[in-house]
Design a protein around this ligand. Structure first.
Ligand SMILES: O=C1O[C@H](COP(=O)(O)O)[C@@H](O)[C@H](O)[C@H]1O
Length: 225
């Protein structure tokens, strides 16, 4: 398989260039449509991209932001992906965006799925999806070995599912393979040599062992050391 890989001299250049690319794709979509939807990852990698993106001059009041996955913890918890978004993306100019919070406060993510599927429906297909990747080759909360991975990777998967995995510290809610891979624009953000090595290995693996593999045919991968 051929992966479209963009390498940057450093992480700062990656953040600036990727934020600019995402903003351009949202703006272009808004030229022909009433609204656009941006789906972003949590974790440790995307904060610098978010910082740049939050200050870009696009019509954020016509953009809806949603996470690709959320950990089932309160929004103030240090592992909450929403907390990351509030601190680094949903501020400055991007404060005008609408936000679909995947964490509903229900006792478990299973109870939130139906409502979230309904909330997400008017926003599909997703305009721009940015995915992250763990060293174990999971993306969103599609973890190797997760309890419902096969169903979440199936072509007829519902757009949102609850999922649990040994490698994840808490129950998760995740967007699934079809809704992510049907995005109009799809990017993967990875940094550091360990993730680059994982990316190389994933290309030769089954998506059920290396879930990121399912997106590599259609995504642009952005990497810096
Ligand atoms: O648990 C998660 O991990 C991945 C990768 O995160 P990183 O810290 O290695 O950048 C992330 O994409 C996902 O959204 C998050 O919930």
């Amino acid at each position: 398989m051929t992966v479209e890989l963009k390498e940057y001299p450093d992480r700062e250049m990656l953040a600036l260039s990727l934020a600019d690319r995402i903003a351009s794709q949202l703006a272009q979509h808004l030229r022909g449509n009433d609204s656009a939807t941006l789906c972003v990852p949590g974790g440790t990698s995307p904060a610098p991209v978010f910082e740049t993106l939050s200050g870009t001059d696009i019509e954020w009041d016509r953009v809806t932001v949603v996470l690709g996955d959320e950990r089932w913890v309160d929004g103030d918890h240090k592992r909450s992906n929403s907390r990351l978004l509030r601190r680094h993306l949903l501020k400055d100019k991007a404060a005008a965006a609408s936000y679909i919070d995947l964490y509903t406060g229900d006792a478990s993510p299973d109870l939130a799925v139906d409502g979230l599927v309904q909330r997400l429906a008017p926003h599909l297909p997703l305009t721009v999806v940015l995915l992250g990747m763990g060293n174990d080759m999971h993306t969103a909360s599609l973890f190797p070995g997760a309890d419902h991975l096969q169903a979440a990777m199936a072509p007829d998967a519902p757009p949102v599912m609850a999922i649990r995995a040994e490698g994840a510290e808490e129950p998760r809610i995740t967007l699934t393979r079809p809704v992510l891979s049907d995005a109009i624009n799809l990017h993967v953000l990875i940094m550091g040599p360990e993730k680059r090595d994982a990316l190389e290995r994933a290309q030769h693996m089954d998506p059920l062992q290396a879930p990121i593999r399912a997106f590599l045919d259609v995504a642009t991968v952005h990497w810096a050391e």
